[in-house]
Design a binder for this molecule. Structure first.
Ligand SMILES: C[S@@+](CC[C@H](N)C(=O)[O-])C[C@H]1O[C@@H](n2cnc3c(N)ncnc32)[C@H](O)[C@@H]1O
Length: 457
Protein backbone atom coordinates (compact mmCIF):
# COMPACT_ATOMS: atom_id res chain seq x y z
CA UNK A 1 0.00 0.00 0.00
CA UNK A 2 1.34 3.46 -0.79
CA UNK A 3 0.84 5.22 2.55
CA UNK A 4 0.95 8.74 1.14
CA UNK A 5 -1.79 8.03 -1.37
CA UNK A 6 -4.43 6.63 0.99
CA UNK A 7 -7.23 8.97 1.98
CA UNK A 8 -9.90 7.96 4.48
CA UNK A 9 -13.15 9.64 5.38
CA UNK A 10 -13.38 9.50 9.17
CA UNK A 11 -15.81 10.37 11.95
CA UNK A 12 -13.50 11.79 14.62
CA UNK A 13 -13.98 10.61 18.19
CA UNK A 14 -12.37 11.44 21.52
CA UNK A 15 -9.03 13.11 22.03
CA UNK A 16 -6.05 10.87 22.88
CA UNK A 17 -2.69 11.56 24.52
CA UNK A 18 -0.13 12.88 22.04
CA UNK A 19 -2.03 15.63 20.20
CA UNK A 20 -4.45 13.61 18.13
CA UNK A 21 -7.99 12.20 18.19
CA UNK A 22 -9.24 8.66 17.82
CA UNK A 23 -11.21 7.49 14.80
CA UNK A 24 -12.01 4.04 13.45
CA UNK A 25 -11.66 2.65 9.97
CA UNK A 26 -13.02 -0.84 9.34
CA UNK A 27 -12.65 -1.60 13.05
CA UNK A 28 -9.06 -0.39 13.26
CA UNK A 29 -8.05 2.55 15.47
CA UNK A 30 -6.69 5.54 13.54
CA UNK A 31 -5.01 8.39 15.43
CA UNK A 32 -5.83 11.56 13.49
CA UNK A 33 -3.90 14.83 13.79
CA UNK A 34 -5.31 18.24 12.92
CA UNK A 35 -8.85 17.10 13.65
CA UNK A 36 -11.18 17.76 16.58
CA UNK A 37 -13.70 15.50 18.34
CA UNK A 38 -17.05 15.36 16.53
CA UNK A 39 -15.65 16.39 13.14
CA UNK A 40 -15.92 14.52 9.86
CA UNK A 41 -12.66 14.78 7.95
CA UNK A 42 -10.82 13.43 4.97
CA UNK A 43 -7.47 12.25 6.33
CA UNK A 44 -4.26 11.15 4.64
CA UNK A 45 -2.80 7.98 6.16
CA UNK A 46 0.72 8.70 7.38
CA UNK A 47 1.64 5.42 9.09
CA UNK A 48 0.01 2.09 8.41
CA UNK A 49 0.64 -1.58 8.05
CA UNK A 50 -1.61 -4.59 7.57
CA UNK A 51 -0.58 -6.03 10.94
CA UNK A 52 -0.42 -2.73 12.79
CA UNK A 53 -2.69 -2.38 15.81
CA UNK A 54 -3.38 1.23 14.84
CA UNK A 55 -2.77 3.62 11.98
CA UNK A 56 -1.92 7.30 11.98
CA UNK A 57 -3.47 9.92 9.71
CA UNK A 58 -3.53 13.67 9.18
CA UNK A 59 -6.76 15.55 8.41
CA UNK A 60 -6.25 17.29 5.06
CA UNK A 61 -9.87 18.36 4.55
CA UNK A 62 -12.54 19.17 7.12
CA UNK A 63 -15.95 18.05 5.88
CA UNK A 64 -17.92 18.92 9.04
CA UNK A 65 -16.05 21.30 11.36
CA UNK A 66 -16.29 21.45 15.13
CA UNK A 67 -17.60 24.72 16.60
CA UNK A 68 -14.25 24.84 18.46
CA UNK A 69 -12.26 25.07 15.22
CA UNK A 70 -10.36 28.29 14.42
CA UNK A 71 -8.01 29.31 11.63
CA UNK A 72 -4.39 28.63 12.77
CA UNK A 73 -2.26 31.77 13.07
CA UNK A 74 0.82 30.09 11.64
CA UNK A 75 1.21 29.29 7.93
CA UNK A 76 3.12 26.08 8.72
CA UNK A 77 0.67 24.77 11.35
CA UNK A 78 -1.20 22.07 9.50
CA UNK A 79 -1.08 18.61 7.97
CA UNK A 80 2.39 17.50 6.87
CA UNK A 81 4.02 20.71 8.04
CA UNK A 82 5.51 21.83 11.39
CA UNK A 83 5.26 19.16 14.09
CA UNK A 84 5.37 21.68 16.96
CA UNK A 85 1.75 22.77 17.33
CA UNK A 86 -0.92 20.12 17.79
CA UNK A 87 -3.95 22.28 18.65
CA UNK A 88 -3.48 25.64 16.94
CA UNK A 89 -6.68 24.89 15.02
CA UNK A 90 -8.71 24.86 18.27
CA UNK A 91 -10.10 27.76 20.25
CA UNK A 92 -7.88 28.21 23.38
CA UNK A 93 -10.53 27.18 25.98
CA UNK A 94 -11.26 24.13 23.82
CA UNK A 95 -7.53 23.26 23.86
CA UNK A 96 -7.62 23.26 27.65
CA UNK A 97 -10.73 21.06 27.63
CA UNK A 98 -8.87 18.58 25.39
CA UNK A 99 -5.89 18.55 27.76
CA UNK A 100 -8.17 18.10 30.75
CA UNK A 101 -9.76 15.09 29.05
CA UNK A 102 -6.33 13.59 28.35
CA UNK A 103 -5.12 14.13 31.93
CA UNK A 104 -8.21 12.45 33.35
CA UNK A 105 -8.10 9.61 30.85
CA UNK A 106 -4.42 8.85 31.53
CA UNK A 107 -4.95 8.78 35.30
CA UNK A 108 -8.00 6.55 34.90
CA UNK A 109 -6.30 4.15 32.48
CA UNK A 110 -2.81 3.96 33.99
CA UNK A 111 -3.47 4.62 37.68
CA UNK A 112 -7.13 3.55 38.05
CA UNK A 113 -8.10 6.96 39.46
CA UNK A 114 -11.06 9.24 38.77
CA UNK A 115 -9.86 12.85 39.10
CA UNK A 116 -11.75 16.10 38.62
CA UNK A 117 -8.74 18.36 37.96
CA UNK A 118 -9.06 20.86 35.11
CA UNK A 119 -6.16 22.32 33.15
CA UNK A 120 -5.94 25.93 34.31
CA UNK A 121 -5.12 28.97 32.21
CA UNK A 122 -1.80 30.70 33.01
CA UNK A 123 -1.78 34.33 31.84
CA UNK A 124 1.23 35.58 29.90
CA UNK A 125 2.74 38.32 32.11
CA UNK A 126 2.74 41.84 30.66
CA UNK A 127 6.56 41.87 30.92
CA UNK A 128 6.67 39.44 27.97
CA UNK A 129 5.35 42.19 25.69
CA UNK A 130 2.79 39.88 24.06
CA UNK A 131 -0.41 41.54 22.80
CA UNK A 132 -3.61 40.59 24.62
CA UNK A 133 -5.01 39.36 21.31
CA UNK A 134 -2.09 36.97 20.75
CA UNK A 135 -2.16 35.71 24.35
CA UNK A 136 -5.88 34.96 24.00
CA UNK A 137 -5.07 32.82 20.96
CA UNK A 138 -2.36 30.78 22.73
CA UNK A 139 0.49 32.67 21.01
CA UNK A 140 3.48 34.75 22.15
CA UNK A 141 4.49 32.70 25.22
CA UNK A 142 7.76 30.97 24.32
CA UNK A 143 10.72 32.71 25.97
CA UNK A 144 12.91 29.91 24.63
CA UNK A 145 12.74 28.56 21.09
CA UNK A 146 14.90 25.66 19.98
CA UNK A 147 15.26 25.52 16.20
CA UNK A 148 16.51 22.65 14.07
CA UNK A 149 18.74 23.51 11.08
CA UNK A 150 18.10 22.16 7.58
CA UNK A 151 20.73 21.27 4.97
CA UNK A 152 20.74 24.82 3.62
CA UNK A 153 21.27 26.35 7.05
CA UNK A 154 17.64 27.53 7.44
CA UNK A 155 16.02 27.41 10.87
CA UNK A 156 12.82 25.51 11.41
CA UNK A 157 11.10 22.73 13.29
CA UNK A 158 10.84 19.01 12.65
CA UNK A 159 7.73 17.65 10.96
CA UNK A 160 5.68 15.35 13.19
CA UNK A 161 7.52 12.02 13.72
CA UNK A 162 10.02 12.90 10.98
CA UNK A 163 13.59 14.24 10.78
CA UNK A 164 12.56 16.60 7.99
CA UNK A 165 13.00 20.25 8.99
CA UNK A 166 10.15 22.61 8.05
CA UNK A 167 11.67 26.10 7.70
CA UNK A 168 9.95 28.93 9.57
CA UNK A 169 10.21 32.66 9.14
CA UNK A 170 8.56 33.54 12.43
CA UNK A 171 7.14 31.22 15.08
CA UNK A 172 3.98 32.86 16.48
CA UNK A 173 4.42 30.99 19.77
CA UNK A 174 7.59 33.00 20.45
CA UNK A 175 7.50 36.12 22.61
CA UNK A 176 8.19 39.45 20.86
CA UNK A 177 11.68 39.38 22.43
CA UNK A 178 12.52 36.12 20.69
CA UNK A 179 10.97 37.27 17.41
CA UNK A 180 13.05 40.47 17.56
CA UNK A 181 16.27 38.44 17.53
CA UNK A 182 15.41 37.59 13.92
CA UNK A 183 17.39 34.33 14.00
CA UNK A 184 15.52 32.72 11.05
CA UNK A 185 16.67 35.59 8.81
CA UNK A 186 20.21 34.18 8.95
CA UNK A 187 21.74 31.01 7.55
CA UNK A 188 23.24 28.59 10.10
CA UNK A 189 24.92 26.17 7.75
CA UNK A 190 26.84 23.43 9.53
CA UNK A 191 25.19 23.93 12.91
CA UNK A 192 23.00 21.21 14.42
CA UNK A 193 20.59 23.31 16.48
CA UNK A 194 20.11 26.92 17.55
CA UNK A 195 18.25 28.12 20.63
CA UNK A 196 16.98 31.64 21.33
CA UNK A 197 16.57 32.55 25.01
CA UNK A 198 14.95 35.86 25.96
CA UNK A 199 13.47 36.02 29.48
CA UNK A 200 10.47 38.27 29.96
CA UNK A 201 11.54 41.58 31.47
CA UNK A 202 15.15 42.57 31.50
CA UNK A 203 17.11 39.33 31.88
CA UNK A 204 19.29 39.61 28.79
CA UNK A 205 19.30 37.70 25.51
CA UNK A 206 21.21 34.61 24.56
CA UNK A 207 21.69 32.54 21.42
CA UNK A 208 23.03 29.03 21.88
CA UNK A 209 24.36 27.43 18.73
CA UNK A 210 24.98 23.73 19.05
CA UNK A 211 27.70 22.18 16.97
CA UNK A 212 27.90 18.71 15.52
CA UNK A 213 30.91 17.71 17.60
CA UNK A 214 32.62 19.00 20.69
CA UNK A 215 35.87 19.65 18.87
CA UNK A 216 36.95 22.99 17.42
CA UNK A 217 35.10 26.25 17.22
CA UNK A 218 32.40 25.02 14.88
CA UNK A 219 31.29 26.66 11.62
CA UNK A 220 31.23 30.42 11.35
CA UNK A 221 28.33 32.17 13.03
CA UNK A 222 26.03 34.63 11.28
CA UNK A 223 26.65 38.29 12.06
CA UNK A 224 23.95 38.90 14.65
CA UNK A 225 23.05 42.20 16.21
CA UNK A 226 26.05 43.16 18.31
CA UNK A 227 24.30 43.18 21.64
CA UNK A 228 23.28 39.55 21.30
CA UNK A 229 25.29 37.16 23.41
CA UNK A 230 26.24 34.03 21.56
CA UNK A 231 27.44 30.73 22.87
CA UNK A 232 28.30 27.42 21.34
CA UNK A 233 27.99 24.06 22.94
CA UNK A 234 28.63 20.51 21.86
CA UNK A 235 25.75 18.08 21.48
CA UNK A 236 24.72 16.36 24.66
CA UNK A 237 23.40 12.89 25.08
CA UNK A 238 22.56 10.40 27.78
CA UNK A 239 26.11 9.05 27.86
CA UNK A 240 27.85 12.37 27.20
CA UNK A 241 28.12 15.03 29.89
CA UNK A 242 27.11 18.46 28.61
CA UNK A 243 30.03 20.37 27.17
CA UNK A 244 30.77 23.73 28.75
CA UNK A 245 29.11 26.60 26.95
CA UNK A 246 31.79 28.57 25.10
CA UNK A 247 31.46 32.30 25.12
CA UNK A 248 31.63 33.87 21.69
CA UNK A 249 30.28 37.32 22.45
CA UNK A 250 28.50 38.67 25.53
CA UNK A 251 27.25 36.56 28.42
CA UNK A 252 26.61 32.83 28.26
CA UNK A 253 23.66 33.07 30.65
CA UNK A 254 20.43 34.94 31.21
CA UNK A 255 18.74 36.14 34.37
CA UNK A 256 15.23 35.05 35.33
CA UNK A 257 13.37 36.78 38.16
CA UNK A 258 10.74 35.02 40.27
CA UNK A 259 9.11 36.56 43.32
CA UNK A 260 11.90 39.07 43.83
CA UNK A 261 14.70 36.46 43.61
CA UNK A 262 16.89 36.34 40.55
CA UNK A 263 18.22 33.17 38.97
CA UNK A 264 21.12 32.88 36.61
CA UNK A 265 20.49 30.22 33.94
CA UNK A 266 23.36 29.19 31.69
CA UNK A 267 22.67 28.54 28.01
CA UNK A 268 21.47 25.00 27.39
CA UNK A 269 20.34 24.60 31.00
CA UNK A 270 16.71 23.95 31.92
CA UNK A 271 14.25 26.72 32.73
CA UNK A 272 10.50 26.74 32.20
CA UNK A 273 9.60 28.24 28.83
CA UNK A 274 6.31 30.02 29.57
CA UNK A 275 7.01 33.36 31.29
CA UNK A 276 4.31 32.68 33.91
CA UNK A 277 5.46 29.12 34.60
CA UNK A 278 8.16 29.55 37.22
CA UNK A 279 5.96 31.58 39.57
CA UNK A 280 2.93 29.37 38.96
CA UNK A 281 4.75 26.11 39.66
CA UNK A 282 6.69 27.47 42.60
CA UNK A 283 3.44 28.62 44.26
CA UNK A 284 1.63 25.37 43.43
CA UNK A 285 4.45 23.26 44.89
CA UNK A 286 4.47 25.28 48.12
CA UNK A 287 0.68 25.10 48.35
CA UNK A 288 0.81 21.31 47.97
CA UNK A 289 3.84 20.58 50.16
CA UNK A 290 3.16 23.17 52.91
CA UNK A 291 6.76 22.91 54.17
CA UNK A 292 7.15 23.84 57.83
CA UNK A 293 10.02 25.54 59.60
CA UNK A 294 12.77 23.05 60.50
CA UNK A 295 11.69 20.31 58.08
CA UNK A 296 13.98 18.23 55.87
CA UNK A 297 13.06 18.44 52.20
CA UNK A 298 14.49 16.68 49.14
CA UNK A 299 14.23 18.58 45.85
CA UNK A 300 14.96 16.03 43.12
CA UNK A 301 15.78 17.12 39.55
CA UNK A 302 16.40 20.61 40.90
CA UNK A 303 17.83 22.42 37.85
CA UNK A 304 19.04 25.95 38.58
CA UNK A 305 17.27 25.93 41.95
CA UNK A 306 13.84 27.46 41.28
CA UNK A 307 11.88 25.18 43.63
CA UNK A 308 14.86 24.73 45.97
CA UNK A 309 14.79 28.46 46.77
CA UNK A 310 11.06 28.49 47.59
CA UNK A 311 11.36 25.35 49.73
CA UNK A 312 14.46 26.65 51.54
CA UNK A 313 12.75 29.92 52.40
CA UNK A 314 9.79 27.96 53.77
CA UNK A 315 11.81 25.61 56.04
CA UNK A 316 14.10 28.42 57.19
CA UNK A 317 17.64 28.13 58.47
CA UNK A 318 16.54 25.56 61.03
CA UNK A 319 15.53 23.21 58.22
CA UNK A 320 17.39 21.58 55.35
CA UNK A 321 16.81 21.24 51.62
CA UNK A 322 18.92 18.72 49.72
CA UNK A 323 18.72 19.39 46.00
CA UNK A 324 19.81 16.72 43.50
CA UNK A 325 20.55 17.60 39.88
CA UNK A 326 22.59 15.81 37.21
CA UNK A 327 23.67 18.69 34.96
CA UNK A 328 26.92 20.23 36.23
CA UNK A 329 26.10 23.60 34.58
CA UNK A 330 22.74 23.77 36.36
CA UNK A 331 24.35 22.90 39.69
CA UNK A 332 26.93 25.67 39.16
CA UNK A 333 24.06 28.10 38.48
CA UNK A 334 22.18 26.86 41.56
CA UNK A 335 25.28 27.40 43.69
CA UNK A 336 25.26 31.09 42.74
CA UNK A 337 21.48 31.42 42.88
CA UNK A 338 21.13 29.98 46.38
CA UNK A 339 24.35 31.23 48.03
CA UNK A 340 22.34 33.17 50.64
CA UNK A 341 20.47 30.06 51.81
CA UNK A 342 22.80 28.06 54.12
CA UNK A 343 20.08 25.44 54.66
CA UNK A 344 20.51 24.25 51.04
CA UNK A 345 22.84 21.42 50.11
CA UNK A 346 23.43 20.77 46.41
CA UNK A 347 24.24 17.27 45.19
CA UNK A 348 25.37 16.82 41.61
CA UNK A 349 24.39 13.27 40.74
CA UNK A 350 21.94 11.11 38.90
CA UNK A 351 18.85 11.06 41.12
CA UNK A 352 18.53 7.28 41.12
CA UNK A 353 22.19 6.81 42.05
CA UNK A 354 22.06 9.51 44.72
CA UNK A 355 19.00 7.98 46.38
CA UNK A 356 20.39 4.45 46.18
CA UNK A 357 23.67 5.63 47.72
CA UNK A 358 22.06 6.88 50.89
CA UNK A 359 19.68 3.98 51.33
CA UNK A 360 21.96 1.12 50.36
CA UNK A 361 25.48 2.32 50.96
CA UNK A 362 25.16 4.78 53.82
CA UNK A 363 28.06 7.18 53.74
CA UNK A 364 30.13 4.90 51.52
CA UNK A 365 28.74 6.15 48.24
CA UNK A 366 30.72 9.39 48.23
CA UNK A 367 28.71 12.31 46.91
CA UNK A 368 25.63 10.18 46.50
CA UNK A 369 25.69 9.40 50.21
CA UNK A 370 24.84 13.04 50.96
CA UNK A 371 21.13 12.41 50.46
CA UNK A 372 19.48 11.76 53.84
CA UNK A 373 17.73 8.46 54.47
CA UNK A 374 14.55 10.12 55.75
CA UNK A 375 12.75 13.31 54.73
CA UNK A 376 9.60 15.17 55.67
CA UNK A 377 8.82 16.28 52.13
CA UNK A 378 10.09 15.13 48.73
CA UNK A 379 9.57 17.27 45.63
CA UNK A 380 10.39 15.68 42.31
CA UNK A 381 10.34 17.35 38.92
CA UNK A 382 11.66 14.69 36.54
CA UNK A 383 12.08 14.91 32.77
CA UNK A 384 9.32 13.74 30.42
CA UNK A 385 9.97 10.03 31.08
CA UNK A 386 8.92 10.42 34.73
CA UNK A 387 10.65 9.16 37.87
CA UNK A 388 10.11 5.41 37.29
CA UNK A 389 10.16 2.47 39.67
CA UNK A 390 13.59 2.71 41.32
CA UNK A 391 13.28 6.42 42.15
CA UNK A 392 9.68 6.05 43.34
CA UNK A 393 10.71 3.18 45.64
CA UNK A 394 13.66 5.16 47.01
CA UNK A 395 11.46 8.21 47.64
CA UNK A 396 8.82 6.14 49.44
CA UNK A 397 11.53 4.43 51.51
CA UNK A 398 12.29 7.82 53.06
CA UNK A 399 8.74 7.88 54.47
CA UNK A 400 7.98 11.52 53.67
CA UNK A 401 4.69 12.96 54.92
CA UNK A 402 4.22 14.55 51.48
CA UNK A 403 5.51 13.89 47.98
CA UNK A 404 4.97 16.59 45.37
CA UNK A 405 5.37 15.38 41.81
CA UNK A 406 5.76 18.02 39.11
CA UNK A 407 5.11 16.39 35.75
CA UNK A 408 5.15 17.54 32.14
CA UNK A 409 3.70 14.30 30.78
CA UNK A 410 0.35 13.00 32.02
CA UNK A 411 1.13 9.39 31.06
CA UNK A 412 4.43 9.40 32.95
CA UNK A 413 2.70 11.07 35.90
CA UNK A 414 -0.04 8.43 35.92
CA UNK A 415 2.53 5.61 35.81
CA UNK A 416 4.46 7.17 38.71
CA UNK A 417 1.23 7.69 40.69
CA UNK A 418 0.44 3.99 40.19
CA UNK A 419 3.95 3.09 41.39
CA UNK A 420 3.57 5.29 44.47
CA UNK A 421 0.30 3.49 45.25
CA UNK A 422 2.24 0.22 45.44
CA UNK A 423 4.31 1.86 48.20
CA UNK A 424 1.29 3.12 50.15
CA UNK A 425 1.09 6.68 48.76
CA UNK A 426 -2.23 7.97 47.44
CA UNK A 427 -3.04 10.95 45.25
CA UNK A 428 -4.30 13.68 47.61
CA UNK A 429 -4.60 16.63 45.22
CA UNK A 430 -3.86 17.48 41.62
CA UNK A 431 -3.57 20.75 39.72
CA UNK A 432 -2.67 21.15 36.07
CA UNK A 433 -1.60 24.18 34.07
CA UNK A 434 -1.68 25.16 30.43
CA UNK A 435 1.97 26.21 30.18
CA UNK A 436 2.24 25.17 26.52
CA UNK A 437 -0.72 26.67 24.62
CA UNK A 438 -1.27 25.49 21.03
CA UNK A 439 0.58 22.23 21.78
CA UNK A 440 -0.72 19.10 23.49
CA UNK A 441 1.62 19.52 26.46
CA UNK A 442 0.54 20.40 29.99
CA UNK A 443 2.19 20.61 33.39
CA UNK A 444 0.75 18.98 36.51
CA UNK A 445 1.50 19.25 40.22
CA UNK A 446 0.38 16.20 42.20
CA UNK A 447 0.42 15.78 45.96
CA UNK A 448 0.84 12.22 47.21
CA UNK A 449 0.48 11.35 50.86
CA UNK A 450 0.59 8.14 52.89
CA UNK A 451 -2.74 6.39 52.34
CA UNK A 452 -4.85 5.94 55.45
CA UNK A 453 -4.34 2.38 56.73
CA UNK A 454 -7.24 0.08 55.83
CA UNK A 455 -9.57 -0.57 58.79
CA UNK A 456 -9.88 -4.15 59.97
CA UNK A 457 -13.39 -5.51 59.45
C1 LIG B 1 11.96 19.45 34.34
S1 LIG B 1 13.56 20.02 34.81
C2 LIG B 1 13.21 20.67 36.41
C3 LIG B 1 14.19 21.68 36.93
C4 LIG B 1 13.76 22.49 38.14
N1 LIG B 1 13.03 21.73 39.12
C5 LIG B 1 12.96 23.73 37.75
O1 LIG B 1 11.80 23.82 38.14
O2 LIG B 1 13.49 24.60 37.05
C6 LIG B 1 14.36 18.49 35.10
C7 LIG B 1 15.80 18.60 35.55
O3 LIG B 1 16.26 17.28 35.85
C8 LIG B 1 17.58 17.11 35.40
N2 LIG B 1 17.74 15.67 35.21
C9 LIG B 1 17.22 14.90 34.22
N3 LIG B 1 17.48 13.61 34.44
C10 LIG B 1 18.16 13.54 35.61
C11 LIG B 1 18.68 12.48 36.38
N4 LIG B 1 18.54 11.21 35.97
N5 LIG B 1 19.33 12.76 37.52
C12 LIG B 1 19.49 14.05 37.92
N6 LIG B 1 18.99 15.11 37.25
C13 LIG B 1 18.34 14.86 36.10
C14 LIG B 1 17.70 17.98 34.18
O4 LIG B 1 19.04 18.37 33.97
C15 LIG B 1 16.78 19.16 34.54
O5 LIG B 1 17.53 20.18 35.14
Amino acid sequence: MSEQAVLLELEVGAVAHGGHCVARHEGRVVFVRHALPGERVRARVTEAGEGASFWRADAVEVLEPSPDRVEPACPVAGPGRCGGCDWQHAHLPAQRALKTAVLREQLARLAGLEVDAVVEEVPVPASAGTSAEDAARGLGWRTRVGYAVDGDGRLGFRAHREHRVVPVERCPLATPGVVDLGLPEHRWKGWRAVEAVVPAGDGGRLVVAEGRSGAGRGPSLPALATEVATATTAPTGPRRPPAPVRQVRGRTWVRETVGGRSFRVTGGGFWQVHPGAAQTLSSAVLEAARPRGGEVVLDLYSGAGLLTAALAEAVGEGGRVVAVEGDARAVADARRNLHDLPQVRLVQADVRVALAGAVGGGGQAGRAGEVPATADVVVLDPPRTGARAAVVAAVAARAPRAVVHVACDPAALARDVALFAEHGYALASLRAFDLFPSTHHLEAVALLAPAAPARDA
